[in-house]
Design a protein around this ligand. Structure first.
Ligand code: HEM
Length: 214
């Protein structure tokens, strides 16, 4: 196992599997967050279910492990790629040979990680350990934070970068696990782009709605 994980292909496969898992989490998380549009009752009920359901409590540890593994292997792959790129090609036109998102996975990944630290501190930690930060319900805490335009701007920028990260990550995960047959390549690429837009627009819509409309 340790030999598999230290090989480049082994790392890519585990990156892909943890990536699939995180993609599933994002779909569930967005689905639950969209209940904010249905008002306090719907969101507080969904939040209460998440906080008390036994399966979800266990899955939170799996989620944390998935995130940590994905980050560590991502950094290792980047360092490995940098050291093997020691000698520069005579002719190198990155913009013609690769996409912006594929060339910037480590940058978008690190910014999403910084967002995640801020997000966990203000939402997860406040709700779990600090009595909802003085607010009476989960809905009140979440919607109050988006009343700050700077906070909303940071969130929307992070969601756009998350979308850029996913637009390459989605198809790359299929490629690394061998599922990206030439036949499906175009379809997987387009599905990846559609999915990334859905995630970036879906999460941003929540932040912007509670910042400007509600
Ligand atoms: C408008 C956008 C978002 C809102 C309103 C939101 C809201 C929340 C809330 C209320 C919690 C605490 C749940 C609880 O423990 O009861 C939470 C936790 C969490 N969020 Fe978000 N979130 C958003 C976007 C994101 C994004 C884009 C990511 C990933 C990149 C993310 C990752 C997490 C993680 C890992 C947790 C901790 C695990 C969990 O409690 O499910 N969130 N979020």
């Amino acid at each position: 196992m340790s030999r598999f994980l230290s090989s480049s292909i082994g790392r890519k496969v585990v990156m892909a599997l943890t990536g699939f898992f995180l993609i599933t989490f994002l779909i569930v998380h967005l689905g639950i967050n969209l209940s904010l549009f249905w008002g306090p009752e719907a969101f507080n009920e969904a939040s209460e279910f998440m906080a008390t359901n036994g399966v979800i409590q266990v899955m939170q540890y799996v989620l944390a492990a998935g995130f940590i593994m994905h980050i560590i292997l991502g950094v290792k792959l980047e360092l490995q790629n940098r050291s093997s790129r020691g000698v520069k090609y005579a002719v190198n036109k990155p913009s013609e040979n690769s996409s912006f998102s594929s060339r910037n996975m480590i940058v978008t990944g690190i910014i999403v990680l910084l967002f995640l630290i801020l997000h966990l501190k203000d939402f997860f930690v406040e709700l779990k350990f600090f009595d909802k930060g003085g607010f009476s319900t989960d809905y009140d805490l979440v919607t109050a934070l988006f009343k700050n335009p700077v906070y909303t701007a940071i969130y929307v920028i992070a969601f756009i970068l998350l979308g850029i990260h996913l637009s390459h990550g989605f198809q790359s995960a299929f490629q690394s696990t061998g599922a990206n047959y030439n036949k499906y390549k175009r379809c997987l690429k387009n599905t990846g782009i559609a999915f990334s837009i859905l995630i970036a627009v879906g999460f941003s819509a929540i932040a912007l709605y509670f910042s400007f409309i509600n």
